[in-house]
Design a protein around this ligand. Structure first.
Ligand SMILES: NC(=O)c1ccc[n+]([C@@H]2O[C@H](COP(=O)([O-])OP(=O)(O)OC[C@H]3O[C@@H](n4cnc5c(N)ncnc54)[C@H](O)[C@@H]3O)[C@@H](O)[C@H]2O)c1
Length: 347
């Protein structure tokens, strides 16, 4: 029997997403106690009915002495202040996406966690998703041939947020997936967005990511104002194409289709291209729940002191792309990542 004391993890923000963290953390063997924190008493009372043995607190300050690590699942604009409070108390933190809503905020978290010697992890859940691992393998092994582009769509009716637009709410997922699959970060971002039903926050947005390799691009469409729920990434290569649909039964499909031989340009009597239609294969994808894999990894990092796979740096890389997209909306042109990275010196 293992008598080692287990890890104590707090969850601040027990709303829609935080309550899912509370559920999965109860199944992580190395987690000894889950501490629930929310300033809304009714949220805590509702959860306490399912987990009567857990400690509950209305504030982070009261909970900190009882935790080794804190999951921060409050609205995005509160992430930095709450994470700094926990880091200053010597606690490890897992911050939900986006890590911060400004580049300078993300830098402050990285520096503070380094100074305090604690773990800073970004809640990039999709990087713990076996379907995304499979997509990455397909791209990195060049099974698709030379990758032409990635196209990501995350659409639904809602859920509108109170403190950020659709870019900061939904696109962190797409950007983290794209960064992870490609293993590189974009050089620049161009964005178009518009607000329709919301008076201030953009509810529909399109982002284009540019890379050092000019033959490669990635596109992101995010929307809170769409009739259908879509969670899809398409990878188009010179040999094959792949579709990752997170809400389909077969989450990854590899399509052996594409352009076979370009017809000679001079031949005006022939179609300009010929097409190849081959098999469609749905490879096995492990059914593991990504949030469970992610929270298990956080608990393990807290226990061992290991650096998380999605550390502060990967959180910052996503925030930089979001900030560049936001700046692109203002200036109406592509914005280099290095232009927003310079925001640090102005902060
Ligand atoms: N990784 C994912 O797939 C995923 C999915 C959904 C949401 N999220 C993220 O989770 C976070 C929360 O989103 P949500 O939809 O659950 O929001 P929500 O509004 O449903 O819940 C937020 C909760 O935080 C509480 N809260 C706010 N400030 C607090 C404070 N200072 N102290 C204590 N409690 C406080 C509120 O009372 C509320 O209960 C966001 O950062 C969001 O981006 C991530």
């Amino acid at each position: 029997m293992n008598n080692e004391p287990g890890t104590r993890i707090g969850v601040v923000g027990c709303g829609y997403w935080g309550s899912k963290h509370v559920r999965v953390l109860h199944s992580v063997p190395s987690v000894d106690s889950v501490v629930m924190i929310d300033e809304m008493g009714d949220r805590l009372r509702a959860l306490a009915r399912s987990y009567p043995a857990d400690l509950c607190f209305p504030s982070v300050a009261e909970a900190l002495p009882h935790v080794d690590g804190l999951v921060i699942a409050t609205p995005p604009t509160s992430h930095v202040d709450i994470a700094l409070q926990a880091i200053d108390a010597g606690k490890n933190v897992l911050v939900e996406k986006p890590l911060a809503t400004t580049v300078s905020g993300a830098h402050r978290l990285i520096e503070a966690s380094k100074a305090a010697g604690v773990i800073l992890m970004a809640g990039h859940t999709f990087e713990y998703n076996p379907a995304v691992w499979k997509l990455r393998d397909l791209v990195r092994s060049r099974e698709l041939g030379q990758l032409y582009y990635l196209d990501s769509a995350r659409l639904n009716l809602g859920l509108y947020q109170r403190d950020v637009n659709v870019i900061f709410d939904l696109a962190p997922h797409d950007v983290s997936i794209i960064n992870y699959v490609l293993g590189e970060h974009p050089l620049a971002v161009q964005a178009w967005a518009s607000h329709h039903a919301h008076p201030a926050f953009e509810d529909v947005a399109y982002l284009r990511l540019f890379y050092a390799d000019e033959t490669l691009s990635a596109n992101i469409h995010v929307s809170w104002l769409d009739p259908s729920k879509v969670r899809r990434v398409i990878a188009v290569g010179s040999k094959k194409m792949a579709i990752y649909d997170d809400i389909a039964e077969e989450r990854i499909r590899v399509l052996d289709k594409g352009i076979s031989v370009p017809v000679e340009a001079a031949s005006l009597t022939q179609p300009p291209m010929s097409y190849r239609y081959g098999d469609i294969v749905a490879p096995f994808v492990a059914p593991d729940e990504p949030l469970m894999v992610q929270d298990q990894h956080f608990a393990e990092c807290v226990r061992t002191g290991a650096t998380p796979l999605t550390n502060g740096k990967s959180g910052l890389a996503v925030v930089e792309v979001l900030a560049a997209a936001q700046a692109s909306l203002r200036v109406g042109r592509p914005v280099l990542i290095e232009e927003v990275a310079g925001e640090l010196t102005k902060a």
